[in-house]
Design a protein around this ligand. Structure first.
Ligand SMILES: *Cc1c(COP(=O)(O)O)cnc(C)c1O
Length: 492
């Protein structure tokens, strides 16, 4: 083959006109600042209109499109229709708000385009720093290991993978769960998040390996029943290996008695994994931290930075007390992953030794920036503020005729319902659902629904640093208005 003609241009993907692209970038950044600063003036949520959906459906782009045109599409069809969680009146499910500083970190990470699977470069040190901070925050031993992942769901998969490996060290990786002489079973409260079951499914144990421990009237796992269930499973020929404690259930914010659960795990030789997806943020508050007592005894801990710590999506973390067990679950020797004393291939241990992924983005930067920019004290103040707001909202709900607070408000979540007048012919569950739909569609606020004690309830989870009390008043007005309209419309 002849060498290519030297006058044929060798193209790259860099801008042909750097200064024009730079100008567009600055313009976009300005518009994004405006967008965020004025978020309160827009609806909390609005549906994506049909014409925007149509325009978003474009053929596979073989030809290039100018960045100016693409950014115009972004501004027209994407930016106006977010989930809503950046809005001060978004209270649906459990969503974090994000911060400007975190967004700037995302931008910088995008420019740097680091692969943080391993090797010797600054991003690795940033992730190590972040993991060391979080290890300290949760009272884990200094030599614990950890990994930033997409969220608590993935963190739980990894934590339980280490637990599974410990059942028959060195054998589960080669032989799978068949290496366990008896079928493995794990325990979590009946209120535990669905991600726990999914993790067991994914790890080959099957969803039925999850034993759901009944909860008390505060929706906390009953430790006495846990002990009985472990004993019963053992005599029935099962191999209990793990208990998942929940620090902040998604329905009501209940926190299992982690110290009692940790005692049982020590006595029974069981792995303790804690799901502290949003509740882990209570560590930031001196007054609320005692509620998590025992969390520092977990063998593995999963929590989110993108929820109540407001790091932009996505950012979760798994911490593992036993560094050796963690590494033994995931590390693999391959010559193309060889470690060296010097050069780019140094930097042992690599993050790929602690999880299934090799290539990993620079998530750590937005965590590093967010924690430093606001400081843990200020982040904790936001957590405390949200809990006070939930108590305020519960009091406002309770003083209204026929409005019922459905579960104790221990943290930042309130579940309530409105009793329809007896002669209205309205189904109470249907009323809760319809109120939530109408409030969402009004654009005033975004609550969600949940079932508590067999009733569909309106659920408000405040993990939002932008929320003010006045927002809660506006939300209540919207609920009242929706209720009035529904009663006027009558049963459908
Ligand atoms: C959100 C949540 C999860 C799942 O976390 P992701 O970050 O969404 O994967 C698990 N458990 C609880 C209690 C949660 O609130």
């Amino acid at each position: 083959m002849n060498p290519p003609e030297s006058d044929v241009p060798e193209r790259t993907l860099d801008p042909e006109d750097w200064s024009e692209t730079r100008r567009l970038g600055h313009e976009l950044l300005d518009e994004l600042f405006d967008w965020l600063e004025t978020v309160r003036e827009r609806p909390a949520w609005q549906p994506v209109p049909a014409d925007a959906r149509t325009r978003l459906d474009v053929p596979l782009p073989y030809e290039s499109t100018g960045i100016a045109e693409i950014l115009a599409d972004l501004k027209q069809d994407i930016l106006p229709y977010p989930t809503g969680n950046v809005h001060p009146r978004f209270f649906g499910w459990v969503h974090g708000t994000g911060t400007v500083e975190g967004a700037l970190a995302e931008l910088a990470a995008g420019f740097m385009n680091c692969n943080v699977g391993g090797r010797e470069h600054a991003a690795v040190y940033v992730e190590r720093q972040v993991i060391a901070w979080l290890t300290e925050l949760f009272g884990f031993p200094q030599d614990s290991t950890g990994l930033l992942v997409s969220g608590t769901s993935m963190a739980t998969v990894l934590g339980l993978a280490v637990a599974r490996e410990r059942v028959a060290p060195g054998k589960v990786r080669s032989e799978g769960v068949a290496a366990s002489p008896r079928p493995l079973v794990a325990y979590a409260s009946a209120e535990a998040h669905v991600s726990v079951r999914k993790a067991l499914e994914l790890l080959g144990l099957g969803g039925n390996a999850l034993r759901r421990v009944p909860v008390d009237e505060s929706f906390r796992m009953d430790p006495r029943v846990l002990m009985e269930m472990v004993a019963a499973d053992r005599s029935a020929g099962y191999e209990p290996f793990c208990v998942v404690g929940t620090a902040g259930t998604v329905t009501t914010g209940a926190i299992d008695d982690l110290a009692a659960v940790a005692d049982i795990c020590s006595a029974e030789g069981l792995w303790l994994h804690v799901d502290a997806a949003f509740g882990g943020a209570l560590m930031l508050c001196e007054d609320l931290r005692p509620g998590l007592a025992g969390i520092e005894r977990a063998d593995s801990l999963a929590f989110d930075l993108h929820k109540w710590m407001h790091v932009p999506y996505d950012a979760g973390c798994v911490l593992v007390r036993d560094a050796e067990a963690h590494r033994a679950t995931f590390s693999a020797d391959r010559d193309y992953l060889s470690r060296f004393e010097r050069g780019t291939g140094a930097g042992d241990p690599w993050y790929t030794d602690f999880g299934p992924e090799l290539s990993r983005g620079f998530r750590a930067l937005k965590v590093w920036v967010t924690l430093r920019a606001h400081g843990l004290d200020r982040l904790g103040e936001m957590v405390e503020k949200n809990c006070e707001q939930a108590a305020y909202l519960a009091a406002r709900v309770a003083e209204r005729d026929g409005w019922v607070v459905a579960a104790p408000v221990g943290l930042n979540i309130i579940c309530f319902r409105v009793e329809p007048p007896a002669d209205s012919g309205l189904d109470p569950d249907e009323l809760s659902r319809e109120i939530v739909m109408r409030v969402q569609e009004s654009g005033v606020a975004v609550p969600s629904t949940v079932e508590v004690g067999g009733h569909v309830c309106i659920r408000v989870a405040i993990t939002n640093h932008r929320t003010q009390r006045a927002d809660l008043d506006l939300f209540l007005d919207a609920v009242e208005a929706a209720c009035r309209d529904i009663l006027e419309d009558g049963p459908q």
